[in-house]
Design a binder for this molecule. Structure first.
Ligand code: FES
Length: 116
């Protein structure tokens, strides 16, 4: 399922106000992230996400210059500098395997987790 919504810039700790436990991937498709292949990132998620995972597009996540930015809900895991070819890793390891991809975490919001 995909959806495109218009949201204001989202604060660092709240990519969504939803309290739902439904898995969701939020892809920033703003101008800055599009410079970093956000459209290809979006396309790869759209083509490969399991059907029970929602895919959402936002116009900016307030972290311009670190794109492509992706947030996985409901655990609010932020990924930065996501390349299209890394989407499959996020799907397999995080969405399906339930284990965040530490090497891709956005260090600004996940400082306690060591990137490897
Ligand atoms: S355009 Fe993606 S974080 Fe601003």
């Amino acid at each position: 399922m995909t959806s495109e919504i218009e949201l204001p810039a989202i604060a660092k700790s709240s990519a969504s106000s939803s309290t739902s436990s439904t898995a969701k991937v939020v892809v920033c498709r703003g101008r800055s992230c599009r410079k970093y292949q956000a459209e290809a990132v979006w396309d790869n998620f759209a083509q490969n996400l399991p059907s029970d995972v929602e895919l959402m597009s936002v116009p900016c996540l307030g972290q311009c210059g670190n794109g492509s930015m992706v947030v996985v809900e409901p655990d609010q895991t932020w990924y930065s500098q996501v390349h299209p070819e890394e989407v499959e890793t996020v799907i397999q390891q995080h969405i399906i395997g339930k284990s965040p991809v530490k090497a891709m975490l956005y260090s600004k919001f996940h400082q306690s987790i060591q990137r490897s």
